[in-house]
Design a protein around this ligand. Structure first.
Ligand code: PGA
Length: 250
């Protein structure tokens, strides 16, 4: 059976002192969970979070990386650099990066490859816009994004990836996809992976839902057949609220 993976995405929030206080409060609240708990934090918080998460079951991730290992890319951080300080996960292709920072399916694919080569686990975001959903194109968009993101990867590599299905209209809007719709879209993605990489890979790959997940809807979403946990933005900023999401099954 697939495990549940619940990741917080702090986005551009939290100063180091706030991050430290958060982890000190959050650690004890999630210590008994069997679910995988990840916090994806700003670069400037990574080191503080890694230190303070030692001895807890909280894993630390970044929110982006460059695909090159090093070089003349002013302002960028590579997968190799993240790995060197002990980071385990990295979000790739979040819709905010696709929309505001010119992330494309091609750069997403390059970043995933580089993350895997450097021993990081990518959390790869896919999702449709509202107009695309209303035009009946959601399935085409998300399966194509998945196919292009994973292009050229081996079966073993795909098994190590986490996909986050995040319908863009549900991110930060308070509008959650219904559990049934989210589960169906995730099934579409899983079916596509089965076509490309076989049933064994498809049955093992973790596919999360993201978009206005909160403690009041987590259980309904995470107890469906295909949703393997969540990528949580706004509701991950408060230790108490996020711990309730992680402990949805308690
Ligand atoms: P949200 O963000 O939970 O605030 O909707 C989710 C995300 O962008 O990953």
């Amino acid at each position: 059976m697939r495990r549940k993976v619940i990741a917080g995405n702090w986005k551009m929030n939290m100063l180091p002192n706030e991050a430290i206080e958060y982890i000190q409060a959050f650690g004890p609240l999630v210590k008994d969970t069997e679910n995988e708990v990840i916090l994806c934090v700003p670069y400037t918080d990574l080191f503080y979070c890694l230190l303070n998460a030692q001895g807890t079951n909280i894993k630390i991730g970044a929110q982006n990386m460059h695909f090159a290992e090093n070089g003349a890319y002013t302002g960028e951080v590579s997968g190799k650099m993240l790995k060197a300080i002990g980071v385990e996960y990295v979000i790739i292709g979040h819709s905010e990066r696709r929309e505001y920072f010119a992330e494309t399916n091609e750069t997403v694919n390059k970043k995933i490859k580089s993350a895997l080569e450097n021993g990081l686990k990518p959390i790869v975001c896919v999702g449709e816009k509202l107009a695309e959903r209303e035009a009946g194109k959601a399935k085409d968009i998300i399966t194509k994004q998945t196919e292009l993101a994973l292009e050229g990867l081996t079966d073993e590599q795909v098994k190590n990836i986490i996909i986050a299905y995040e319908p863009i209209w549900a991110i930060g809007t308070g509008k959650t996809a219904t559990a049934e719709d989210a589960n169906n879209s995730i099934k579409d993605i899983r079916t596509k992976i089965a076509e490309l990489y076989g049933n064994d890979v498809a049955e093992n790959v973790i596919i999360q839902y993201g978009g206005s997940v909160k403690s009041s809807n987590a259980k309904e979403l995470f107890t469906t057949s295909d949703i393997d946990g969540g990528l949580v933005g706004g509701a991950s900023l408060k230790p108490d609220e996020f711990s309730k999401i992680v402990n949805y099954d308690k």
